[in-house]
Design a protein around this ligand. Sequence first.
Ligand SMILES: Cc1cc2nc3c(=O)[nH]c(=O)nc-3n(C[C@H](O)[C@H](O)[C@H](O)COP(=O)(O)OP(=O)(O)OC[C@H]3O[C@@H](n4cnc5c(N)ncnc54)[C@H](O)[C@@H]3O)c2cc1C
Length: 408
Amino acid sequence: MQHSDIIIVGTGHAGAQTALLLRQRHYAGSILMLGEEADPPYERPPLSKDYLAGEKPLDRILLRPVAFWAEREVDLRLGRRVVVVDPILRQIRTDNGEVYAYETLVWAAGGHARPLSCPGHDLAGIHMIRTRVDVDRLRAELPGTDRVAVIGGGYVGLEAAAILVKAGKQVTVIEAQDRVLAHVAGEPLSRFYEREHRSHGVDLRLGATVSGIVGRDGRATAVKLSDGTEVPADMVVVGIGIVPAVEPLLAAGATGGNGIDVDGLCRTSLAGIHAIGDCAAQVSTYADGTRLRIESVQNAMEQAAIVGRHLTGAEEAVVGVPTFWSNQYDLRLQTVGLSLGHDRTIVRGRPTDRSFSVVYLRRGKVIALDCVNATRDFVQGKNLVATGARIASDQLSDATVPLKELSA
Ligand SMILES: Cc1cc2nc3c(=O)[nH]c(=O)nc-3n(C[C@H](O)[C@H](O)[C@H](O)COP(=O)(O)OP(=O)(O)OC[C@H]3O[C@@H](n4cnc5c(N)ncnc54)[C@H](O)[C@@H]3O)c2cc1C
């Protein structure tokens, strides 16, 4: 049985960054990185953006050239899913029966696309956007596709809708809430994106729940809504979030549920096991002390840095302000902070100019900004969020005054 000082499970942003950082910090022990996907570590965000559009091939979204990992003596083993973790023997087992021993385990397994569970969920022509393989499969069917139904009006669904409508498809977005982005943003941002998508020709159905997928000869032909309406579709794209990949750790006794609970140093309740990235639930000072899973590249990189630093001797975690981005059409959204639990929004600038920001307040403090084509607000707003600044609303709404002058 192979023994490694550190085993990293997951080859996404979190896992790859951990390996990279350990070597950057001159960690000399053995590192084994195991991943379920067959591809070497790659960037996930382009999957619903340039990669879906066919504008970037796989080699341009790789996190590092293929040879990099061997050069850094990271033993990369792909196409293996870890199914069992034994925290007492400090061993893991993969789906092909291999057993590996570790000293420290870093669980960076992210999540899998949440599948539909309604009747017809298993028909051909239904697609997810989580892996490179998902997107290649979807793209292979595009030439014969005219009508696409996107289920879910979150970031992934909307980004895909933007790409597909630009590619000349008739796109319908079906969202159960009464507005898009309802889980992640305030109403002004949702309404802005709804107008944008409609103006580009997307048919948006809000407050619409899916009761099933209708098919013929084993292939999806329409999405059926609870009110009986049918949305005809040659292809269905499902963007309804992820299921965190935590089963083996929960089965091993780790504390958690919707994500593995970790402390400030990303340690799980099991000795010698850390969890990071999309699968880890951590208490955030930027969310009023709530424990939550954050699904973003910045969070994955930051938690990788916390673990990488900790495993090479640093005692304290360095925590930055959460950030996120989304590209739709010619709109670049940049988010700083977490708007969760906001009790007020202030719009800076005019959405009709297609350059504005939404400032989120909780109990009078600035907690987040969503900045659309407004990078200056994003950069300068970071400090307001970091310090929990209290600023009068008429000042915040005045886009002619730079935010850095308000924080002074
Ligand atoms: C289409 C799309 C667009 C996105 N756009 C943005 C964006 O614009 N900005 C942003 O900040 N974030 C974006 N995100 C989110 C971001 O990509 C994730 O937060 C980030 O990739 C999380 O990294 P991770 O390493 O924690 O998890 P993942 O990227 O999910 O990587 C985990 C890896 O572990 C593997 N794995 C799972 N279980 C096992 C197991 N048992 N054994 C072995 N391997 C396993 C998985 O297959 C996967 O390869 C997007 C996500 C998607 C899907």
